[in-house]
Write a protein that binds this ligand. Sequence first.
Ligand code: ADP
Ligand code: MG
Length: 695
Amino acid sequence: MDADSILNQPAVSLKGIGGQSVSRLEKLDIYQVRDFLFHLPLRYEDRTRIQQISHLRAGYTALVCARVTSCSISHHGRRILNCQISDETGLLNLRFFHFTAKQHNSLSTGTLISCFGEIKEGYSGFEVIHPDYKIIQSPEECLIQDSLTAIYPLTDGLRQSTLRKAANQALDAYHNAPDNLPDLLPITLLKQYQFPSLQTALTTLHTPASELSTANLSGTHPALKRLAFEELIAHQLSQLQKKSTAKHWQAPKLAENPAHTQKFLSTLSFQLTQAQQRVIAEISRDCSKGNPMLRLVQGDVGSGKTVVSAYAALLALSNQYQVAIMAPTELLAEQHLRNFSLWFKDFNTQITYLTGQLKGKKRSQALLDIADGTAGIIIGTHALFQEAVNFSRLGLIIIDEQHRFGVNQRMALRDKGQTENSKPHQLIMTATPIPRTLAMLNYADLDISIIDELPPGRIPVITRAIPSDRRDEIIAKINAWVAQGHQAYWVCTLIEESEVLQCEAAEDSAQYLAESLPNIRVGLVHGRMKAAEKEQIMLAFKQHELDLLVATTVIEVGVDVPNSSLMIIENPERLGLSQLHQLRGRVGRGTNDSYCLLMYKPPLSNTSRERLNILRETSDGFVIAEKDLELRGPGEMMGTKQTGQMQFKIADLERDAGLLDSVSEAAALIQKDHPENTQALINRWLGTTTKYAEV
Ligand code: ADP
Ligand code: MG
């Protein structure tokens, strides 16, 4: 085969890769020969020098050259082949739990072997279990290699040696025809960041020179950094590209109807803030064009995102289009239903509510109304993108608290309204501010609006951290608080994976509190209650038929009861800062002082203390998000561990956080000076995963 085409051949074209390996290799993202080059070693073994037995250390791997001094089988419950070897400096035991008679015979006294393995502390000195060994005639034959030996990540049914041989063949092919895998980072960038060329980087990582220690090849080595950098740039370029291709789609032109706007604004019981007006203008401008809007509205809890989205809905309605509003929880969907019903009561439009709970006749009626266009506003949970749902003229999709949804869910809803060449507009809202660097990388295809102003009259919530052994004091405080006519929340947190345990904890707390506070009306909501039941309790709380609401973190999003201005959060150390900030956003909505008491279990670790301090010191969601990123790392921040939104081959957002700032600058430089590299970079790094990334 022609050297310069090998890299692009399927993996099976390499020696040693059979047809049965294909599906296994695909699990490792290896399809073509070139993919072996980007499948980097996990770690390395040093077979570049022979070590004297007296110099061995437990826990390290070593290559030894020595003669057999004894070899026998012992029977401790099972048969074990024990073999002792010696160089001039000491003795080493070798043990085999699986062996053949032939093997036993070949290891006769005096035989010279080269032997590699991990040194362990045994009963009688150092030992190696199942060493990798070879019988040799003279010490010169001892298999010394001139580079460190790469150990690759494997998958079931693939051998280390198979991968190693394949990687070496791929590397040879690359060296023979380097132009087949061109360096896509311009030389100016490499110089600026002192990164090696692609060829140097890949060669170093697969076959590192012996003087590079394994530790040196960790995440900070320029060879690895360079690849991570290239990958991040490719992701950034792909986002930018999507943004520009989105412009090729058509979307309904939603012109503003001044009379409708007037009527809508006069229904509101408040004046819009400057920030809300600005964002509304941005949305209005987007929707009036014939291309789909894809806009993310970020605004702190309580900044008034709902009414902004209602204005967008009005644009759709004014132009005889339907609007779908998707919320992550029923509680929140119900609240939107109430608000929208109020704000659109004079508009003679049908609002249809659709959640997973809706069954039977009501559900079929809702589906009919959605399909024939009777329903103008459709509010619901993820039930909205189920197959049975067909919209008649969907013009706008509003997604609230977007970080709660997986990418695929968002895409499914968007596909709903899509016709041959037209897509609905999309408005996405989030109260979890996305730190700038992450936003650039992951949401570069969205336009972003920020509501950076709270409605007037909001007083910052006074936040205190109190150890849980002062629980009685806190309970007394609730008593006094309620006696003054206020209401309060008590939030139970628990390991998030277990909703059952979390609900049980809330039930226990509710019972305890009801017993300790006999004069107070205590209610309970948690995620495992029926929607109707939750609704009833929430309504009772809103109408002040309850004084204290015990809840799990289900109330995190959306709940709005201004008279409730005291919140106790149990075990706040279990939650992320942004989540705590969201919870706290439930209070401070009225006109009197509000409190948030973080009731932690002592003793607090230093990090936990630092985290709670941040909450006490600031009420700025963006500052909190930045700190959250610093303390917890981006994976958790973005909830990507669940959604699989950002999948990298080599880059690791935590490890490579220091690179993020330079990524968009570098991407811009490539777009400007080397536009021909853009598509090549995207293909190289995202070739098989692009379908994920579209929001
Ligand atoms: P979030 O941004 O957290 O979704 P909401 O939309 O739920 O916030 O708004 C929080 C509360 O503030 C609601 O009671 C809402 O009616 C009210 N609100 C929204 N905008 C204003 C405003 N401009 N002036 C006064 N209150 C407002
Ligand atoms: Mg909201």
